[in-house]
Design a protein around this ligand. Sequence first.
Ligand SMILES: NC(=O)c1ccc[n+]([C@@H]2O[C@H](COP(=O)([O-])OP(=O)(O)OC[C@H]3O[C@@H](n4cnc5c(N)ncnc54)[C@H](OP(=O)(O)O)[C@@H]3O)[C@@H](O)[C@H]2O)c1
Length: 216
Amino acid sequence: MRTIGFIGSGNIGSQLARLAVKQGYDVVLSNSRDPETLQVLIMELGEHARAATPAEAAKASDLVVVSIPLKNYADVPVEELRGKTVIDTMNYYPQRDGNIAELDDESSTTSELLQNHLPDSHVVKAFNNIIADHLTSQAAPAGTPNRRALPIAGNDAASKELVTSLINEFGFDVVNAGQLAEGWRWQRDTPAYVKALDTKGLEQALADAVRYADMP
Ligand SMILES: NC(=O)c1ccc[n+]([C@@H]2O[C@H](COP(=O)([O-])OP(=O)(O)OC[C@H]3O[C@@H](n4cnc5c(N)ncnc54)[C@H](OP(=O)(O)O)[C@@H]3O)[C@@H](O)[C@H]2O)c1
């Protein structure tokens, strides 16, 4: 796996691209506009980065990060992502995304929406509970005491292994929270949301999470 594609290159996408280039990956970035609009970021990232359309970024890459407002998830290209691992960083904010019935009644989760949209891809939920700036400021080598841990969820074991190893390279431990349906455990308003926790602390926070319907 040498090339990572980005659908969405804003706060989170650009930070993950910085970590990827630092680790020697090639990156292909895209946004909702002309690829030209990403030139400043491409210049910063250097020769291992280029800008393209979302479909081109998806096609050119072995693994693709989707990091856009959730309300736009249906724009994510389907064919170009067939068979690939897709990291989903998205969170649900009804003020920004509008109301989504399956999320409001807690019958589904954000990454399951994306997985349903991409039935032949392997969606892994990751990087949802860390503030963008902290991706670079809190990254630390493996073995660092109290190294921050990040949760992942996914329905495909091999894709989760791939993402685990990538997150470890990027500078964080990983807690496997299970299937995509468990992704609500680090949605907004949960104990694990945007909090720096090591593996033990994160496991406890995920276990302590309660659904909105069960909140006092
Ligand atoms: N910011 C954080 O600290 C943070 C932390 C964890 C998770 N998240 C989640 O991660 C996602 C991205 O957050 P962000 O803060 O990085 O957002 P952001 O800074 O607003 O960036 C969003 C990116 O998505 C692109 N985009 C929007 N609609 C698109 C479409 N239909 N097709 C292709 N690209 C599209 C935007 O392109 P244009 O500029 O051309 O519109 C922009 O590059 C959100 O779901 C957010 O909730 C954010």
